[in-house]
Design a protein around this ligand. Structure first.
Ligand SMILES: [Mg+2]
Length: 290
C-alpha cells in the first residue's frame, strides 16, 4: 500500500485504495500490504524491532542467573510443582519453553500478517522444519551460564514431535547447548501422555533431576491451566506469588498465548470478527465525563 493512496475521510475513518475502513475492521486489498485488520501488527513489530523487548528479555535472563545461584545453594529449592519425594540430592536442571522463550518466531507472525492468514499447523510445521527462528535476547547467555554451573538444560515445547529435528537444528545453529546423550528436547506427543499440558513432562524431568527454574512466556509453562478463564488466571497468579520472578521467570509475549484465548473464551473456531468483539468485551473502558 502506497501512502499516496490513503486519503482521509472524516465520516468513515480512512479510505484505502477505494476500500472504506470503518471502525477497526479492514478488508484485504489486492496490492499486498494493508494490515489494519491484524491484531498482530504492533505486537510483532515490538518483538521484532524494539530494543525495549530485547532489554526486557535480557533483564529476565539476568534475573534467572541470580536465581539459579540461589537455587543451587539451597538444596530444598525446587521450581516444579510436580517435584516430590527425596529430590535434594538429584542433579540440577532447568526447564525452558522454546517458542518466544528461547527462539523468536516473529518472522512467522509477520508472515501471517502479510499473508492475511491465521496460525495453522499446515504452515507452522514447515516453518519449524525451516529452522529459521532467531534467539530471544539473553537466552543463550543464560543457558551457557547454567551449563558452566553443571546444570542440565531441558527444552519443553508444545511444538509437535515431528518438529524435533528442525527444532534441534535451529537451536544448534545458534550454538544453544543440546544434550546428545539424554533426550532433553521434550515435544508434544512424543509420548502418549505428553499432551499440550506440560505437567507430565515436568514430572518426567523431576523424576531424575532437581528442577531449579522454569522459564516461559505462557502461564502453562509453569502450571497446568487447561482453559482457565481470566478470573482463574488471576487466581493462579496470586496463588503462586512467591514463585514469580524467583523460581518462575517469564518472557513477554504480546503476539499470542493462552492469555488471548482466555480473553475470547477459547472460542478458537469463532470468526476473526467475533473474536475481536469478544476481546473488546473483555476490556475495561474509561468513561469520560460528558
Ligand atoms: Mg512459548
Amino acid at each position: 500500500m502506497k501512502l499516496q493512496k490513503i486519503v482521509r475521510n472524516s465520516a468513515a475513518g480512512v479510505v484505502l485504495a477505494g476500500l472504506t475502513v470503518s471502525g477497526t475492521m479492514a478488508h484485504a486489498d489486492s496490492t499486498g500490504m494493508m494490515t489494519a485488520e491484524s491484531d498482530l501488527l504492533n505486537a510483532t513489530l515490538w518483538m521484532q524491532t524494539s530494543v525495549e523487548f530485547k532489554a526486557n528479555s535480557m533483564a529476565a535472563y539476568k534475573l534467572a542467573e541470580v536465581m539459579l545461584d540461589r537455587a543451587l545453594a539451597d538444596k530444598s529449592w525446587t521450581a516444579a510443582l510436580e517435584q516430590d519425594g527425596d529430590y535434594q540430592g538429584k542433579p540440577p536442571a532447568v526447564i525452558l519453553d522454546v517458542d518466544e522463550t528461547v527462539l523468536d518466531n516473529s518472522v512467522y507472525e509477520a508472515w501471517l500478517i502479510k499473508a492475511r492468514t491465521n496460525y495453522s499447523s499446515k504452515t507452522w510445521m514447515p516453518f519449524v522444519d525451516d529452522a529459521v527462528s532467531t534467539p530471544i535476547a539473553g537466552s543463550k547467555e543464560f543457558i551457557d551460564y547454567a551449563r558452566s554451573k553443571g546444570v542440565e538444560i531441558f527444552y519443553v515445547s508444545n511444538r509437535k514431535a515431528p518438529g524435533e529435528e528442525g527444532t534441534r537444528k535451529n537451536l544448534k545453529d545458534y550454538g544453544y547447548y543440546v544434550n546428545d546423550k539424554v533426550d532433553t528436547v521434550l515435544l508434544r506427543g512424543e509420548k502418549e501422555d505428553w499432551g499440550s499440558e506440560k505437567s507430565t513432562r515436568r514430572a518426567h524431568v523431576a523424576k531424575d533431576y532437581r528442577v531449579l527454574l522454569l522459564l516461559g512466556d505462557n502461564l502453562g509453562d509453569f502450571v497446568d491451566i487447561k482453559n482457565a478463564d481470566l478470573a482463574e488466571r488471576n487466581a493462579i497468579l496470586a496463588r503462586y506469588q512467591e514463585n514469580w520472578s524467583s523460581k518462575w521467570i517469564t518472557i513477554a509475549n504480546p503476539m499470542y498465548g493462552s492469555w488471548e484465548g482466555a480473553a475470547f473464551g477459547f472460542q478458537w473456531k469463532a470468526s476473526d470478527e467475533q473474536k475481536r468483539q469478544l476481546k473488546m468485551n473483555a476490556m475495561k473502558y474509561w468513561a469520560p465525563a460528558e
